[in-house]
Design a binder for this molecule. Structure first.
Ligand code: MLT
Length: 246
């Protein structure tokens, strides 16, 4: 097994990952909202490329069967049921429903790697569970994709990729690419202050400035959710923990 990290979106092309396990990471906040929604009993999350696509997808379902969520510039989209605050995606709001979600960077990143052997989404909240799922695929390579912010590198996704790369390299003796080593070194240097790093990074500070400090603090919590979000047929579903055959 070799671990690679796409530090910015698109750095590793979708065509190069056909035999690999891909993990999409958008700590602030799309993959944190997805992990929370699935842990709260939502049936599936349908990631949309745009607000318009989310509305079109929603029109295909009965109103009582779905929740429409998403953001632009961090704030809820007018007319949508929920924004992108992970803790909004709790049991009473999402249990038994489809969540149709359009966020700026995260949901489109999820739709880019359709031909990979397996695709998971991860964040700090479910890091342990996704690490366990990835380690079951030790016969293939692992690509950790940082969703980034508006096409650019971002600290929070890199720290989460670094946590995952560090653990999997240790547990499985996997090799790391240069970008995986860089993410791992960054994580090891900052692992004692993840909450502060998230509060201070560009997008974290922006979210704090518009009133979402609690979201940022929540998203920094490590492995409080035992859920492995698996992308299947352009939907994100909850995968049982265990080996590749499950
Ligand atoms: C995104 O997809 O860009 C983010 O999740 C933005 C956010 O809501 O913080």
């Amino acid at each position: 097994m070799r671990i690679d990290v796409s530090l910015v979106p698109g750095e590793i092309a979708a065509k190069d990952v056909s035999g690999s396990v891909v993990v999409i990471i958008d700590v602030l906040r799309a993959t944190s909202s997805i992990a929370t929604a699935l842990a709260s009993g939502c049936e599936e999350v349908i990631p949309a490329e745009s607000i318009e696509e989310a509305i079109t997808l929603a029109n295909g379902y009965k109103r009582s069967d779905y929740v429409l969520g998403g953001e632009r510039r961090g704030v809820p989209v007018e007319g949508f049921d929920l924004g992108n605050s992970p803790q909004e995606y709790d049991g009473p709001r999402v249990a038994g429903k489809k969540v149709i979600m359009a966020t700026t960077n995260g949901t489109s990143a999820i739709n880019k790697y359709g031909i990979a052997r397996e695709i998971f989404t991860a964040c700090f909240l479910n890091a342990d569970a996704v690490i366990g799922a990835c380690e079951a695929y030790d016969d293939c390579d692992l690509v950790l994709v940082c969703a980034g912010q508006d096409g650019r590198f971002c600290m929070e996704d890199t720290l989460c990729a670094g946590l995952m790369a560090t653990r999997i390299a240790h547990d499985k003796g996997a090799e790391m690419s240069d970008s995986a080593k860089a993410a791992s070194l960054l994580y090891q240097q900052r692992k004692g202050s993840i909450e502060d790093e998230l509060l201070r990074c560009d997008h974290g500070a922006y979210l704090v400035g518009i009133g979402y400090e609690q979201d940022v603090r929540y998203c920094s919590r490590n492995s409080i959710l035992d859920v492995v979000p698996k992308v299947y047929d352009r939907r994100v579903i909850r995968r049982a923990r265990g080996g590749p055959e499950e």
